[in-house]
Design a protein around this ligand. Structure first.
Ligand code: ADP
Length: 540
């Protein structure tokens, strides 16, 4: 061998040994890498899998090498994984994916993969897949989404079977559940109710559920019972005998304000025993259910209270309407006979007696006003009021007439009562009787609650093109605390027998009903001791 050739051969040797060294280095890096990596060829065969990758699936490296990659995948991940594999070999350089995969022990878990295309030294295309187990993250995400689904059930109509069925459906996203029961304690009837029972084995499992609930309650905590503990508890009469004895039971109390109000109970008859982890997840679900039930119960109570309050108001006004009818006829007789006597004796009366007739008239008309108010409210509440629409000139047909009628009352108190209106008349299609009553009440109140100053009634078309009437007074004003109740029937800012103003707190509630009948809204602005503005805005 000449020298040149010798040198050439030794250079190749060196290169080969360097290559060998690098290969060794690469292999050890690949094997001991802190990421799970495998190399897959075009046909989908795993050429190499490092230590972590094999362990992730419960296999040795030897067991996994040479297998089809699809062998690791769950049924539902097969297609998408194949499509991704094709994409990689068709040009996509790097691709991230999420796959549901199967462990050697049969359980499923989720991995996130990063897939990279490389060429080996012979120019063959290979796929390098790095995998991270994301089951925990996904489980957490799923749990959050299920808890949210349960929270959103608040908006469902009632705590009925459909509601618990939705809860059952939500829970099955987290774990396999074939037997699910909800027990709720009814404190009024002092018994346990079962708004939802799903049992694939026992037709009537209520007696068993009662015993299980009793045990959960006694335990004052969530329970996870395996076959042995179930047998033991049956022997000790804590649980009843079953037609078919479950293999595992999880029972979670539903707790509201530190009190157990029920439980959810799931059972497994097949021996795929539930674990502590299942129990923990179910505890979170039960906690959320408790919150929803609590909120629902609170809303139901509120609704009931509202209905009861409305009923009380209705009874009150019905009762008053009844009494008013009774008073009206004799009152009419008293007033007409008193006026008859007054006329008969006209000119023959001394001043004091003549004044007495005035007292009778004033008292009588106050009583008549109150009676009319009560009867009108009752008519509206019983939906007996019939609207008659007509076109009116708001100023001439309504506001002027009221002002003329009430002006003497304002004058007596030394208050100026004025109408401010624009140049062109406002025409309005409305129910004239109720419109009249509405403005009479508002202007009457303005006079009643004003000691000095001016009351102005202003009619105009506002910036939004709507007809608006403002009744502006310089009276006692309304406190912010009372403002939110102002339109409620039988409410007054100052209450009790010693109050300085006459009235029974019905006027504004009637005004509100009349406004609604005429498609108008009411707005109030007020400042204590400065005055108030009541605005009636007609929707066009
Ligand atoms: P009533 O006048 O018979 O008490 P209303 O329903 O007409 O009943 O009014 C309810 C309450 O609203 C009144 O008791 C009063 O406290 C308050 N209120 C109504 N109008 C005015 C006003 N213009 N100025 C001040 N307070 C008012």
């Amino acid at each position: 061998m000449n020298k040149k050739k010798e040198q050439y051969i030794s250079e190749i040797d060196l290169e080969e040994s360097n290559k060998g060294k690098y290969l060794e280095l690469f292999k050890s890096l690949f094997n001991d890498a802190e990421s799970a990596i495998c190399i897959v060829n075009f046909d989908g065969k795993i050429l190499e899998a490092n230590n972590l990758f094999s362990k992730m699936f419960g296999y040795t490296q030897d067991e996994i090498t040479g297998q089809e990659y699809s062998f690791l995948l769950s049924e539902d991940s097969q297609l998408i994984s194949f499509q991704n594999h094709t994409k990689i070999f068709n040009g996509t350089n790097i691709l991230k994916a999420e796959e549901k995969v199967k462990h050697k022990n049969g359980t499923y878990f989720y991995i996130q993969t990063t897939n990279l295309r490389v060429n080996d030294e012979d120019g063959n295309k290979l796929r390098i897949t790095t995998a991270i187990n994301v089951t925990g993250r996904l489980k957490n995400e799923l749990l959050q989404s299920v808890l949210l689904q349960i929270a959103n059930l608040v908006s469902k109509a009632a705590l009925n079977k459909g509601f618990y069925n939705s809860i059952y459906k939500a829970a099955t996203q987290l774990m396999p559940i074939n037997n699910f029961a909800v027990c709720l304690c009814n404190p009024k009837a002092n018994k346990l109710e079962f708004p939802f029972i799903l049992n694939e084995v026992n037709v009537d499992e209520k007696p068993n559920l009662e015993a299980e609930y009793g045990y959960i309650k006694k335990n004052d905590n969530a329970v996870l019972l395996d076959e042995q503990s179930i047998e033991y508890l049956i022997e000790n009469s804590e649980l009843l005998n079953y037609n078919i004895t479950p293999k595992t039971i999880i029972g979670i109390p539903l707790i509201i304000q530190n009190k157990i109000i029920g439980a959810i109970i799931i059972k497994d008859y097949l021996g795929k025993q539930y674990t502590k982890e299942h129990k923990e997840v179910l505890e979170l679900v039960a906690h959320q259910i408790s919150r929803v039930i609590e909120r629902k119960k609170y809303e139901d109570d509120l609704l009931l209270a509202k209905q009861e309050a409305e009923e009380a108001v209705r009874l009150k006004s019905d009762f008053l309407a009844q009494i008013s009818h009774e008073i009206r006829t004799p009152l009419n007789s008293i007033l007409s006979f008193s006026s008859l006597i007054k006329n008969e004796l006209a000119g023959k009366l001394d001043e004091e007696i003549a004044e007495s007739f005035e007292y009778i008239e004033r008292g009588g008309s106050r009583l008549t006003r109150t009676i009319d108010l009560i009867l009108n409210v009752s008519k509206i509440q019983n939906q007996k009021y019939k609207i008659e629409l007509s076109e009116v000139n708001l100023e001439d047909d309504v506001l002027w007439k009221i002002i003329k009628e009430l002006n003497s009352r304002a004058y007596e108190k030394g208050i100026k009562l004025e109408l401010k209106n624009g140049s062109s008349p406002i025409r309005l299609v409305c129910d004239q009787y109720s419109i009249n009553q509405m403005f009479t009440n508002l202007i009457d109140n303005a006079i009643k609650y004003t000691k000095t100053g001016t009351i102005s009634v202003e009619s105009f078309v506002n910036n939004y093109g709507n007809i608006q009437v403002d009744i502006v007074d310089t009276g006692i004003g309304i406190s912010t605390e009372y403002m939110h109740k102002i339109f409620e029937p039988f409410t007054q800012e100052e209450q009790g027998y010693t109050r300085s103003y006459e009235g029974i707190g019905l006027g504004l509630s009637l005004v509100k009903s009349y406004a609604e009948l005429n498609n108008a809204v009411l707005k109030v602005k007020s400042e204590k001791n400065v005055g108030s503005v009541f605005s009636v805005i007609f929707n066009s």
